[in-house]
Design a binder for this molecule. Sequence first.
Ligand SMILES: [Zn+2]
Length: 282
Amino acid sequence: MRCILSIDVEDWFHILDVPGAPKPSDWEHLPSRIEIGMMKLFEILAQCNTKATFFFLGWIAERFPHLVIEADTYGHEIASHGYLHELAYRMTPSEFLDDITRSKKILEDTIGKPVRGFRGAGFSLTEATPWFFEKLIEAGFLYDSSLFPASRQHGGMNVEKRAPYKVVEMPRVFYEIPISVVDILGKPLCLFGGGYLRLFPYGLIRKMAHKVLSEKRPVVFYVHPREVDPDHPRMQMSLARRFKSYVNLRTTEPKLQKILHDFEVTTFIDFIKVELCEENVA
Ligand SMILES: [Zn+2]
């Protein structure tokens, strides 16, 4: 089984849940680094002839449409990370629908193709958002990858569902492809993105990725453009949070290179078509 590589396209100031973090009205005035991280990722992926799924924030796509077009031209999949990077459980169902519809339309207008995938900010699909899938289906999405099947600081849900599954089949099929977790000392952890990808040695990450594959699940890797741009500005935050957000930042790029060397990775949409044998995808 192949693995999946996803890139959550957001800037250095989009880190969630940091007290005193810049508000959307301030974002405009901050020096963006998104092009630096994106160019680096395009280069790494082109070298390995690998395609990935790019979950763009609508706010980024609106300001940097050339990045969306370039990703599409390279053959990567364009998907949505919402418009304003709001946690789903802090929105009403109708605010959520507005946010995801807005981001989807910006991306589709930019590339002239349907956008089928979604990942919510901070994996904010929780018990507090029972309407999450219903709204994504209403907005016309085919799949979601926001389920983090373990407890975490924000988002996450302690559920047994770890493998990709069909949420509904009628009248239209809709898939959930959860973030990959493995049990380490009895605790479900994800070593394939975020702080743990940076913290743990590559040997352990590779071993655990093989464990996921042996359980007949794809490994869903995820990185952010800021993680391959280690010189980006830092946000003010508590010491513990600072560790989680910035530990071993310089290891992301070499680890990503090794992942691409050791594993066959693809986009979500290709995985759904080929591995899940979904015929209803153009
Ligand atoms: Zn995000």
